[in-house]
Design a protein around this ligand. Structure first.
Ligand code: SF4
Length: 276
């Protein structure tokens, strides 16, 4: 799976920063482009930061006797609606266009099959209903209907993620500690996950919301092909030198952390499907 790194052949700069994670601060250095970049182009750096955050949280949970129960081959959560920020949609759209025609055509068929199954289950009409954006209660009901339709993410291959290295942030933030069997029905079972102190996905949703394209700031991943056809480049709205864009992103993270505190603890089982 291709994974671009901002280094490329262009000059880069190391930027030090810290984030409140677990029992202390996560101090890190990120290597970012010295010249102009966009938040979409910075996604490889953002994914690396996410890996550092989830790694720290997982270590602390393990030490406290709450190991993560997710394991390779268990993809129960990959039947939920996956919220994708516009920037991640832009990056995945570019990745799709880089694929050989036959591979892209096969993937497009999978997306169409998933959309057809969801339409037959009545889910697509509900996602397109204006109430999906206007009412959190309505949206929560739709996410449950989505899961009950049992339609796998089109990127799922033999119960493993086919885009693991470039999977969305929400997929990285879903860390379950309850018995895996409960994930077969998270709407009715008590599924518990780690409540990450910093959710980078929420910062991207928040940036996306500011673009004013929809109230939630994300699209369901299953709409990716249709969205990518528009060729939109929302990342251009958050651009500057690598250091400037990273700073804007970290400021947005700080705002998202405050907003999450006011919202209260997230439900482990509902978080992937209902992030806002
Ligand atoms: S992108 Fe990968 S991890 Fe996320 S839901 Fe799809 S298959 Fe699962």
């Amino acid at each position: 799976m291709p994974e671009s790194h901002p280094d490329g052949d262009h000059p880069t700069k190391s930027v030090a920063f810290s984030l409140p994670v677990g029992r202390g601060n996560l101090h890190a250095n990120a290597r970012v482009p010295a010249g102009r970049t966009t938040v979409t182009e910075l996604l490889p750096v953002i994914r690396n930061i996410e890996t550092a955050i989830t790694g720290r949280v997982e270590e602390e949970a393990q030490a406290a006797g709450h190991p993560i129960s997710c394991s390779a081959g268990c993809a129960a959560c990959c039947r939920q609606m996956v919220p994708l920020s516009f920037f991640e949609a832009e990056a995945l759209g570019g990745w799709l266009r880089s694929l050989p025609e036959n591979v892209r055509a096969e993937l497009e068929k999978r997306f169409l099959r998933a959309l057809t199954a969801l339409r037959e289950a009545g889910v697509i009409d509900k996602v397109l209903d204006p109430k999906f954006e206007q009412s959190d209660e309505f949206a929560a009901g739709v996410t449950i209907d989505y899961f009950k339709a049992h339609v796998a993410c089109p990127f799922l291959e033999n119960e493993n993620c086919g885009i693991y290295s470039i999977r969305p942030l929400v997929c990285r933030e879903y860390m379950v500690t309850s018995p895996p069997a409960l994930c077969q029905n998270p709407a009715e079972n008590d599924v518990w996950g780690l409540d990450l102190p910093v959710k980078l996905s929420h910062a991207l949703f928040s940036f996306s919301r500011k673009l004013g394209q929809n109230r939630r700031g994300w699209i369901p991943l299953v709409f990716l092909f249709a969205w990518a056809r528009r060729g939109a480049t929302p990342g251009d709205s958050v651009s500057g030198t690598g250091e400037e864009v990273l700073k804007k992103f970290l400021d947005e993270v700080a705002e998202a952390v405050e907003a999450d505190k006011n919202r209260g603890p997230a439900l482990g089982g509902a978080e992937k499907a209902n992030p806002s």
